[in-house]
Design a binder for this molecule. Structure first.
Ligand SMILES: Cc1ncc(COP(=O)(O)O)c(C=O)c1O
Length: 443
């Protein structure tokens, strides 16, 4: 073998370590099963053609952008699923759009649309990927209980099952998404220097927890004035916490700048790997409670509701999935009605876990295709549901944690007598909020 050829062979070997296979082999697989050529692949993973061509020709090992490496791994995995018949060719356009927009916090538009009638579910969620996520998440998180509470059933007039995601480490369902995301990153990008995100709450705790579990450095940027309790929790899980900017937007922009400077991977609030991790609770729920008529789930950026839709569809069930938002942060309800993302100028609600102004286009598409409706509840209804939740179960809900109950009560007549599941998504309530709500509804 000439010297040049043996160097190329060594680079292909290193590529196989980094990406799971040499890049020319990945390209061949993707061409065959996904039906896009190498130039389009470069565009999907977000690197320039000259750079990608260098890697393809084994003249270099790395593509110089961590998000691109992750997207390449996703493409490879999707080609594998298509080859094994696990993924449906009808999902190709939607999945490519998801991969294109994955692992970036930049505003994004869908660049491809699904052909034919809208499909629900998440293109990347298959039986195999769900069971892989259950194995990854299950190493750190035990299945949470789904319980009936007679007192709650008297209030709702339904057979009511509460899925206690508040019993997770970090006190919220989000940890499942974080664990899956970080584990999948480790598989596709073992040399990553670290991840970064801007957050005010449970998303940050979940990534901090997952980073510690997988020994991956995590940087979290929060705006000035962020809840001291939440900051303390994120630090306690080992995150490098940076306080920057007057509001979330300023923190987000600063996190992007740091990502570029320090070669950290920015983690977006909605991503197929987060959905896949969160889907593990939906799978547990259907295993422990058969034939659920309706699931109520709060909607923030949409990972919870999309996970429920995807699992329902994967299992071939007829369960209705109903999203719940606060009236003062109605972006997803408006988007559901309009059939396209509708941003709102403010999201001024005390239900902080769902205070979203700008919906994710992929999430909107999935919710629109797979949810039955998105219910809006007032601040009073949300607060009262917190108090009722506590009274009936003595589990402490944070505002978003009792939003499912608020949604169910808002349409009590509609669901009377049916088997209903409420996702109690979390219990990380700031003390002053808790004190205000409990005092107000103490009688
Ligand atoms: C407790 C709680 N419930 C619900 C949500 C909304 O979840 P998603 O963003 O997956 O829609 C969040 C988001 O952080 C949360 O922390």
């Amino acid at each position: 073998m000439s010297e040049g050829a043996s160097e190329a062979a060594e680079r292909r070997r290193q590529q196989a370590e980094l990406y799971g296979a040499p890049v020319d082999a990945i390209v061949r697989d993707v061409e065959q099963h996904v039906g896009i050529d190498s130039r389009e692949m470069a565009s999907v993973i977000g690197v320039s053609w000259p750079m990608f061509n260098e890697v393809l020709a084994a003249r270099r090992v790395r593509i110089g952008n961590p998000a691109g490496i992750v997207r390449l791994g996703m493409l490879r995995e999707f080609a594998g699923h298509l080859a094994s018949g696990e993924a449906d060719p009808g999902d190709i356009n939607l999945t490519i759009a998801q991969i294109r927009s994955a692992t970036t916090t930049e505003p994004r538009n869908l660049t491809a649309v699904a052909d034919g009638p809208p499909r629900s579910g998440v293109g990347l969620l298959t039986k195999q990927s769900l069971s892989a996520a259950r194995a990854l998440v299950g190493r750190h998180v035990r299945p949470t209980p789904a319980r009936r509470w007679p007192l709650l059933e008297r209030i709702t007039g339904t057979e009511t099952w509460v899925k206690h995601e508040n019993h997770n480490p970090t006190g919220a369902f989000k940890v499942r998404g974080g664990l899956n995301f970080v584990a999948r990153l480790g598989q596709t990008n073992p040399e990553l220097a670290g991840i970064i995100t801007a957050t005010t709450g449970n998303h940050g705790q979940s990534l901090a927890y997952a980073g510690r579990a997988h020994r991956l450095p995590v940087t979290i940027v929060v705006p000035e004035g962020n809840s001291p309790d939440k900051n303390d929790a994120m630090r306690a899980y080992g995150a490098d916490l940076i306080v920057h900017g007057k509001d979330f937007q300023a923190a987000l922009e600063f996190s992007r700048q740091m990502a570029a400077e320090k070669q950290l991977l920015p983690v977006p609030p909605f991503h197929p790997w987060l959905v896949e991790g969160v889907a593990t609770y939906a799978a547990e729920l259907h295993e422990s409670v058969p034939a659920i008529d309706v699931i109520y789930v709060p909607v923030g950026m949409g990972s919870g509701i999309c996970a429920n839709i995807a699992v329902r569809d994967l299992l071939g069930l007829t369960t209705e999935i109903v999203g719940v938002v606060a009236d003062r942060a109605p972006a997803y309800a408006l988007s559901f009605e309009a059939g396209e993302p509708v941003a709102t100028p403010t999201s001024d609600t005390f239900v902080d876990g769902t205070a979203v102004r700008t919906p994710d286009p992929d999430a909107v598409r999935i919710i629109r295709a797979g949810a039955s409706r998105v219910v809006r509840v007032s601040e009073d209804q949300a607060a009262e549901a917190m108090a009722l939740h506590y009274r009936a179960t003595h589990n402490l809900p944070e505002p978003a944690g009792s939003l499912a109950l608020a949604g169910c009560l808002a349409e009590k007549d509609r669901v009377a007598g049916r088997r209903v599941a409420l996702i109690q998504t979390g219990s990380n309530c700031d003390f002053p909020v808790l004190a205000r709500v409990m005092e107000r509804f103490q009688n």
